[in-house]
Design a binder for this molecule. Structure first.
Ligand code: FMN
Length: 321
């Protein structure tokens, strides 16, 4: 159990996320713990393209244009997805710590303002909200061949339920024929990647586009399907920034819920780097909209956490002008 003074803003977010807070802690301490937890969200190349501002009991999430993905993410879709994931981490924590919240996406007033979260009164967290919160410090991107085996029926149902109310849709693909179709789309995206995008991704520090295959090299072609017991796609009807934020929230909830049940995820984002790819991937699962996230899901193993910037580096002293 941590006390409010432990919530140093320069603390490593991984050491605080998921902790229980002393019962007497006030809303400010709860908000700060929720911010620390939000910082453990995944982001392309671990760019952490977010900034935060807190005014009383209102929390604002801003994009950080200095950490946008450039050529690797020309429309800003991946950065928005990551910010949506961080927003979900924040909201899950607020609720797990007993605070109600109301969130407005893209409320306007500043071009970088992505969301405003107004913390309300006390809420009684559901057990599942507490599990999601406790899973936050254990979530990692697992870049290895995943243990085979179908998702249990119960887990498949729980994951689907995670996107309820987010405005996004969830699709799981486990049969080999459709896994091969997705793997072929990933392979085509890798093979056809413009060199400027490859360079931008490498410069951003992304370890690779797929994952480490059985021969130690990056998985390509059939190995992508073989090493991925399940693919999960998060889709939205449209393809606008608000939908990217919704999809990011849905994705984070799915990844956290998977981790509660000892399943791991990793990203195959390259085919979704442009609007045409997002449309094509959605059609592969029979969805009318756009695929915003494609992750592999299966059995993995723990790895050390990837470092995060502390809250002191991402918390704004005042609203951006
Ligand atoms: C939108 C998005 C796209 C990503 N794309 C890739 C990718 O193409 N290849 C990869 O290995 N990891 C990818 N990642 C995972 C990040 O590299 C990872 O989240 C980051 O390094 C932090 O590590 P962690 O997730 O283990 O905390 C992506 C993450 C996000 C949110």
């Amino acid at each position: 159990m941590i006390q409010a003074p432990d919530l140093a803003r320069d603390a490593d977010p991984w050491t605080l996320a998921g902790s229980a807070l002393a019962p007497e802690a006030g809303p400010r301490a709860r908000i700060e713990l929720a911010l620390h937890t939000a910082l453990t969200a995944p982001s392309p190349g671990n760019a952490q393209p977010w900034r935060w501002f807190v005014g009383g009991e209102v929390i604002e999430l801003y994009a950080d244009p200095a950490r946008a993905g450039g050529e690797a993410d020309p429309e800003g879709q991946a950065a928005a997805l990551a910010c949506g994931a961080a927003l979900a981490g924040l909201r899950v924590t607020l609720r797990a710590l007993g605070l109600d919240e109301q969130t407005a996406l893209l409320p306007g007033g500043h071009p970088d303002l992505l969301a405003r979260v107004a913390v309300g009164g006390r809420a009684s967290p559901l057990p599942e909200e507490q599990w999601l919160y406790q899973a936050a410090p254990k979530r990692r991107t697992y870049r290895g061949v995943m243990a085979q085996g179908p998702l249990s029926r119960a887990l498949a149902r729980r994951l689907k339920h995670m996107v309820d109310g987010t405005g996004a849709e969830y699709h799981v693909v486990e049969d080999m024929a459709r896994r091969q179709a997705i793997a072929a789309a990933v392979e085509a995206a890798i093979a056809g990647e413009p060199s400027a995008r490859t360079a931008a991704r490498a410069a951003a520090g992304e370890p690779g586009v797929s994952f480490e295959g059985p021969d130690g090299g990056e998985a390509r072609g059939q190995a992508i399907a073989d090493g991925s017991p399940a693919f999960v796609l998060v889709t939205t009807e449209g393809d606008e920034p608000a939908e990217w934020l919704r999809a990011g929230q849905a994705l984070m909830r799915v990844l956290l819920r998977a981790r509660v049940d000892h399943a791991w995820g990793s990203f195959l984002h390259l085919p979704l780097a442009d609007a045409a790819g997002r449309k094509q991937l959605a059609s592969l699962v029979g969805a009318t909209g756009r695929a915003q996230a494609l992750v592999r899901l299966g059995g993995g193993a723990d790895t050390p956490p990837t470092p995060r910037r502390p809250l002191s580096e991402v918390l704004l002293a005042q609203r951006p002008s």
